[in-house]
Design a protein. Sequence first.
Length: 347
Amino acid sequence: MAGDKARVLIVGTGGVGTLAAYALEIGGKATVTAVMRSNYDIVKEKGITIDSIEHGHDIKGYKPTEIRKTVPDVTKEGIEPYDFILVTTKNVADVAPTVSDLIAPAVTPGKTAIVLSQNGLNIEKPVVARFPKNPIISSVSTIGATEKEKGFIIHDDTDEQKIGPFHNPGVSDAVAEAAARRYIDIYNPNGKLTTLYEPDVLKTRWRKLVYNASFNSVATVLRMDATRMRATQHVVDDLLKPIMREIIAAAKACGVDLDANLPDIVVFNDPIEAWFYPSMAQDILKGNFIEAEVIVGEPLREGESRGVPMPTLRVIYGLLKAEQVKTKEKKGLWKPEFGPGHPYKGE
């Protein structure tokens, strides 16, 4: 019965969010409200076509239970509270609106569990501060799902997630764990997908940063795919592996022990024949904002504040911030002005 199903709001319905909506609904334990913007009209009219390695290659006309252009305001609209809000948008912490601002109208204090299926480190901190009585859940996903065009999704790499609660001082460990385990149950009730409960979400996030802070950031600066970076041997030796070692050292300073041999493993992460652009590089090539703060800025600040030398990542971070400024200028959010007190204004 619909009344027995979990109510899930998904914010961010590109490839990853759409596949999450589909998985949740075909499992039979959830109904989904999907917030769509650029693809709203075509999905409303024709539904979504999905070519999936796990769900089927000829799925046509799929529509979530409800489609909206904006995040619902549960209080003003008198809507039944959501059990979960799944956030799959890019986490661009230095560009408004923030994740917390975006989802706030739909959050019911003490009721709604917030699932952050996003990259990076410390992404939960502003959400915990804003919603101190709500369980906050981490999902570290390695799914490959791309919106090739509006209303058409290619799912070409398995849906694998490690899911567990972030620490929120206002929520008991038992309540937080129960929320995470319930989310796993409604997402993957038949065991078809790989959704694992992960109590140590911090280690999982540092581990993923070994790849993201290196390959993602360097590919963005160089505008190079992973295969070309590996073929250009000095990129691996002078940039990628040094960044990986810096991330491992920063994690250790934060109490997280990662395998020192990871650089020799992670460098082979992508199939050599894939000519694959990591997600941040894809964003910069599309003229979109990049997740420089959560993928590079946060681990850099955590490491340097504990005395860890991170010279390679420090330079890459400076370059990425400059790239972000260029994008902000193109979108009318920054001007090359020298205000009062600017140190480089001169006389």
